[in-house]
Design a protein around this ligand. Structure first.
Ligand SMILES: Cc1cc2nc3c(=O)[nH]c(=O)nc-3n(C[C@H](O)[C@H](O)[C@H](O)COP(=O)(O)OP(=O)(O)OC[C@H]3O[C@@H](n4cnc5c(N)ncnc54)[C@H](O)[C@@H]3O)c2cc1C
Ligand code: SF4
Ligand code: SF4
Length: 399
């Protein structure tokens, strides 16, 4: 049997937090010196706990929660409604990462009492550059945790606490987190009983903390001085803004922060991510900039990808109750042009998985994610490049 220690040694742990939930906090998520959240200690799992984790761990497996009644698309998977959308409340729309749809849907779920709370993440008030999981019980609390947190985040560390409440709840999380929950549902029936909505952001990758630490170095401030660290929002995309306890403020634009992918310090798992598009969610929400990058600020437009009947109903209700506004439909090929990096990655994965095997690491076991089918779109030269690059990356990550 594979072990959590092996997943961590191969650098395929994304730090989702499931290890902490399954061990009821005996194993905790802790920040490593290289800026990633990893379970600690690695030798304190009971055999039955480790078996359950291995069956769901994003470092080993990813599974779509596809609704076969919805039309499939080779890139985007089974989907229902795909269209522009944004939060109807201008305050939410302005504060949120993009159009505020995730926040507005979360607010709708708690306001309508369909969910007693939303399990998601936000800045840690004691260390605002870092993240913590939260259970937001009111629309105001959901809004207080709006926005994208690009650094390490472990929403599933809160899963056991959430399930223990025995109340219906919603989850907002990254696609890898939601795949882990979907897999974990086989071992824990409370998940399908209690989780009333699974909402994802389309995800280009989680940065290690080093990315944010470098920004502080650039500003010449220490982490202890930081009172606010906002990656984006208050505009779309809005600047990355850092404030200090003694009243200073620093900003860089979204493009200054993210234009050069080589500076993202992205987790190894992200380079091999078979589902960054939220195929285990009820609704996934994306940026919709043509070409994949902003050319300026706008009022905040998101793209929604509905993936289940639950998601369709949620979107219909939230629109009928004027919590979100629905815009024009978006076709899968238009979405390709808004997310070209996702299309490239999805097509490259089959070759990257061969590279993983070359480096002696088992590729992520994928279910319903069309990796081999899409891999055939690469030319032999492209596939060879992806394969050797992946093997090099894995060897470097393990050394
Ligand atoms: C690491 C990361 C990478 C991303 N990459 C892309 C990309 O490549 N393409 C793209 O289209 N969009 C990407 N996004 C998503 C995009 O930034 C927006 O989050 C998305 O469009 C939803 O916007 P919104 O205004 O509806 O979200 P908001 O209304 O601002 O709500 C965001 C919600 O997500 C939760 N959340 C934030 N960060 C995390 C996290 N790290 N883990 C779990 N939950 C979190 C918050 O708690 C909040 O509830 C990424 C987001 C993250 C966090
Ligand atoms: S379950 Fe999550 S936290 Fe545990 S090893 Fe896997 S990715 Fe890491
Ligand atoms: S790219 Fe994939 S593995 Fe990385 S954080 Fe996003 S969903 Fe998770």
């Amino acid at each position: 049997m594979r072990t959590v220690a092996q997943v961590v040694a191969d650098d395929l742990c994304i730090g989702c937090g499931l290890c902490e939930a399954v061990t009821s906090g005996r194993v905790q998520m802790a920040m490593t010196p290289t800026g990633s959240l990893r379970p600690n200690p690695l030798d304190d799992f009971r055999p039955e706990e480790e078996r359950v984790i291995i069956d769901a761990c994003p470092g080993l497996v990813a599974e779509a929660r596809a609704d076969p009644n919805l039309p499939p698309d080779p890139i985007w998977g089974h989907h229902g409604t795909m269209r522009y959308a944004w939060a109807a409340d201008p305050e939410v729309r302005f504060a949120a990462a993009t159009g505020g749809v995730l926040t507005a849907l979360g607010q709708h779920l708690v306001a309508s009492k369909k969910a007693a709370f939303v399990l998601h993440v936000g800045a840690d008030p004691a260390q605002p550059m870092r993240n913590r999981w939260v259970m937001s019980e009111s629309p105001e609390e959901v809004l207080a945790n709006t926005g994208s947190r690009y650094g390490p985040a472990a929403p599933l560390a809160g899963l056991e606490t959430a399930l223990d409440r025995s109340e219906p709840f919603a989850i907002i999380a990254k696609p890898c987190d939601l795949s882990a929950i979907h897999r974990q549902a086989a071992a824990d029936p409370r998940i399908d009983q209690l989780v009333v909505a699974r909402l994802a952001m389309v995800c280009g990758g989680q940065s290690r903390l080093t990315k944010s630490q470098r920004l502080l170095e650039q500003f010449g401030i220490s982490e202890a001085a930081v009172s606010l660290f906002r990656y984006r929002g208050r505009g779309n995309p809005g600047p990355t803004r850092v404030e200090t306890w003694d009243g200073r403020a620093f900003e860089v634009s979204y493009l200054e922060m993210w234009q050069d992918e080589a500076t993202w310090d992205v987790e190894t798992r992200c380079k091999f991510c078979p589902d960054a598009l939220g195929e285990a969610s009820d609704v996934a929400v994306a940026d919709v900039w043509p070409g994949g990058a902003p050319t300026g600020e706008d009022e905040g437009f998101s793209g929604i990808i509905v993936r289940s009947k639950v998601g369709e109903l949620l979107v219909e209700e939230a629109a009928a109750e004027a919590q979100i506004v629905l815009g024009e439909p978006i076709s899968p090929r238009e979405l390709d042009r808004m997310q070209p990096h996702q299309v490239r990655k999805k097509q490259a994965l089959a070759a990257r998985y061969e590279g993983m095997a070359d480096a002696g690491v088992s590729p992520i076991d994928t279910h319903g994610l069309r990796i081999n089918e899409l891999g055939r779109r690469l030319s032999p030269a492209q596939a060879a490049d992806e394969r050797s690059g992946a093997a090099t990356r894995i060897r470097a990550a393990r050394s």
